[in-house]
Design a protein around this ligand. Structure first.
Ligand code: 3H9
Length: 703
């Protein structure tokens, strides 16, 4: 293996190269290498300029996120960046791929920046609950005006090469070999006699009118980034430092950033960062199992779900054939897809020709034989076992050998469906979330027969269509919906006990959920729950209050947004939810009739009942092996159910509350509420007794 940081000389220009795959994270090794090379270069008299670039697919993509757990080792970022900035000859960064976090900070400590035309600069630290801690809050506003600098970090979105040049973050945009472009740029500097241009020596830009700016940004953050600490600390850091000399500002940045690194918000977000990558690793399936190539996809069912799935593939350039039984259904489905694309065009996120291109990749058919050349066929028809079996029986006949057969079922037994295909090893559950072209989660359901290669391919497909794929075993509701059930049951029951939908949803939204569950039911259609429950009546608990309010609403035809009333009233077309005193009265009367105690549960009680029962179910899923890791459950909830990322997912959140606290509270609820629901899961009881955590449990199993 070559050196992590190497240096070569090209006629008076030193080319320093970082080579630390996969993403050139600026770990201790990189810092030590830069320290050594730049110290040596400082002493040389035969060098007129230095170019700093990276091998591989990207410039430095940030600090090594793992290092925050152990503490940053020596040499630290400030020392190394200062050394580079102090260079007596000009230093030119050659940026390709995405300079992220410490990568952008490294580039800003160089005197000039040359960027590949597809290169980008980003400071995504807030997505990890921290602020730029290697001088980013101090150097960026010395290159671009304060307000713009703050917006770049608040948004966390990378800035493209041209935009970076326009705002003064980059000096030149080049095509082709970026290091060569940077060497040419350096030679120009030498010819012009231009020396180092140290960012830290520039004045902060745009400091006029900052008095109004910071309160305004604080108000925006309070609205858009509710309950978050790091964005407020970022604004405070800018406010306190924008009129201070560089070194004083840097000291404040350091204090603030090390405070944030230790806070729960950052630990939670870092946990999710790694958990989202860990989900791809399946115990027992090694790198020798290669995914099957997926060049063509078939979809059965042109409904909302089938259409969304088709779009997900067309969006990455994969041709899709969509099958349905009637031309009408195909027409409706295709016009829905076209409308979705048109909406993206009118919002400016897609060009009209791209929309046409994507629609051009989707072909309708009424003939199942047209799915014969697909590498992957996904069924997305409504939930009915007989219908699905019929479809899979036919697919077993028409699909080519080695084609993967996926079902989008959210409730049915996939082993049973797979059995009729004659090739159960090729079947896998692919549970998309609606709207499928938007939602980032894909539950991948492994049956008893699913082959390792099929599972690996499903995980690869998820990555290609830019979704996070999480493996679940077959179980009613898989991971996500199974844990949703107790959560929603408690939310619903609180209505019988005297709470209003606003109080219940308000408590859940205050916790950080994207939307309260009752509002979600109103959006999805209140009748959906009662209709799926009818299918499995024999399995329901003996509890007359079980989802009673949704049954009542359904009986009255108050089905949510589409009928203008459900748990709430709606003023179409704005869908603004409003209190419905008549519905509330109906819930309370029903509670009285059923003899439910009118507890008027507090905000805290609503939150504890909903989230602790959800966590308890999560512990059962782990014990049963339905979910592989607590981290997998967290990924499901953060990416598919609007669980606040800054709490790390339900299982991480449980660890932060303390499993003993949750265990004891479950027992308290058992003594005052319906006892059938509140027995702590054995795994939760065990970990609570040991003073352990779900994270430790994951670790003990090598996850
Ligand atoms: C920062 O810089 C703070 C500073 O202000 C200084 C403070 C003092 N560290 O995502 P992928 C691993 S904060 C450690 O699958 P892609 C990743 O876990 C940092 N590991 O690839 C995975 O490992 P494995 C700011 C990292 O092509 C492998 O690399 N920077 C890091 O889909 C491949 O990753 C960020 O927030 C890291 N920084 O996406 C950027 N980055 O194979 C974070 C990646 O074992 N990174 N790994 O599972 C990303 O956003 C994406 O990885 C990137 C590539 C877009 C770069």
């Amino acid at each position: 293996m070559g050196e992590i940081v190497s240096c070569s000389l090209e006629d008076g220009v030193a080319v320093v190269r970082i080579d630390n795959p996969p993403v050139n994270a600026m770990d201790r090794g990189v810092r030590a290498g830069l320290d050594k090379v730049f110290t040596e270069l400082k002493a040389r008299k035969d060098i007129n300029a230095i170019v700093l670039g990276c091998a591989g697919r990207t410039f430095v993509a940030g600090a090594d996120i793992k290092e925050f757990d152990t503490g940053i080792a020596e040499p630290g970022f400030h020392k190394v960046l200062r050394l580079i900035e102090d260079s007596p000859v000009p230093v030119v960064a050659a940026v390709h791929g995405t300079a992220l976090g410490a990568g952008t900070e490294l580039a800003m400590s160089c005197h000039y920046r040359v960027v590949d035309k597809n290169g980008r600069f980003g400071l995504p630290e807030l997505s990890l609950g921290i602020i730029p801690g290697a001088g980013g809050t101090q150097r960026l506003p010395r290159l671009v005006p304060v307000e713009r600098a703050l917006d770049i970090i608040l948004a966390g979105k990378p800035v493209g090469a041209e935009a970076a040049r326009e705002i003064g973050l980059a000096d030149a945009v080049v095509e082709g070999d970026v290091v060569k472009g940077a060497v040419d740029f350096a030679r120009d500097l030498i010819a012009k006699g231009a020396g180092p241009r140290r960012t830290r020596e520039q004045p902060v830009k745009g400091t006029e009118n900052t008095e109004a700016l910071f309160p305004q940004k604080r108000a925006e953050v309070a609205k858009k980034m509710r309950n978050r600490q790091s964005p407020l600390v970022l604004i405070e850091t800018f406010e306190r430092t924008c009129k201070l000399p560089f070194d004083e500002g840097l000291k404040i940045e350091s204090e603030q950033s090390s405070k944030l690194e230790k806070a729960t918000e950052s630990r939670a977000l870092r946990h999710l960062f790694f958990a989202e990558r860990e989900v791809r690793k399946i115990p027992g399936i090694g790198a020798e199992v290669k995914p099957r190539p997926i060049a063509k996809v078939g979809i059965v069912g042109a409904g909302t779900m089938g259409g969304g799935i088709a779009m997900s593939f067309a969006n990455i350039g994969v041709p899709v054939t969509v099958l349905d039984v009637k031309q009408d259904f195909l027409d409706t489905g295709f016009s829905r897809m076209r409308k979705n694309y048109e909406r993206s065009v009118s919002r400016g996120s897609l060009k009209a020709e791209q929309a046409d291109q994507r629609m051009g990749l989707i072909t309708p058919t009424l003939n199942e034989k047209d799915l014969g050349d697909a590498d992957l066929i996904i069924e997305a028809v409504f939930e009915n076992m007989a219908l699905k079996k019929d479809i899979f029986r036919k697919l077993g006949k028409v699909a080519k050998d080695g084609a993967i057969l996926g079902t989008n079922t959210s409730t049915l037994d996939i082993d049973e469906i797979g059995a009729v295909t004659g090739r159960p090893q090729d079947i896998v559950g692919l549970h998309f979330f609606s709207p499928a072209h938007v939602m980032p989660l894909l539950e991948i359901v492994q049956t008893k027969a699913t082959s390792p290669q099929v599972l690996t391919t499903a995980l690869e497909v998820a990555k290609q269509i830019r979704k996070v794929g999480v493996v679940s075993k077959v179980s009613y509701g898989f991971i996500g919906n199974r844990m949703m059930d107790p959560y929603a049951r408690e939310a619903e029951h609180c209505l019988l006990e005297g709470a209003t939908p606003e109080q219940v949803d308000g408590a859940l939204e205050d916790f950080g959920m994207a939307m309260g569950i009752l509002a979600v039911f109103d959006m999805a259609g209140v009748e959906v729950g009662p209709s799926t429950r009818r299918e499995r009546k024999h399995l329901l608990p003996n509890d007359p209050g079980f989802y009673r309010c949704s049954d009542l609403l359904t009986e009255r035809g108050w089905l949510g947004q589409k009928t203008g009333r459900g748990y709430y009233r709606y003023d179409n077309p704005g869908h603004k939810r409003m209190s419905d005193p008549e519905a509330n009265e109906m819930f309370w009367e029903e509670g009285k009739r059923l003899g439910v105690e009118r507890r008027n549960p507090s905000r805290k009680e609503i939150q504890e009942r909903c989230f602790f029962s959800m966590i308890n179910e999560g512990a059962l899923l782990l014990e049963e092996g339905v979910a592989l890791r607590a981290g997998d459950i967290d990924v499901v909830y953060a990416s598919g159910y609007g669980f606040p990322r800054y709490r790390g997912g339900p299982m991480f959140y449980a660890d932060t509350v303390g499993l003993k606290v949750i265990h004891d509270r479950l027992l308290e609820f058992k003594s005052i509420l319906d006892p059938q629901y509140w027995t702590p899961a054995p795994l939760l009881a065990k970990l609570a007794a040991e003073g352990s955590t779900f994270a430790e449990w994951d670790k003990s199993r090598g996850a």
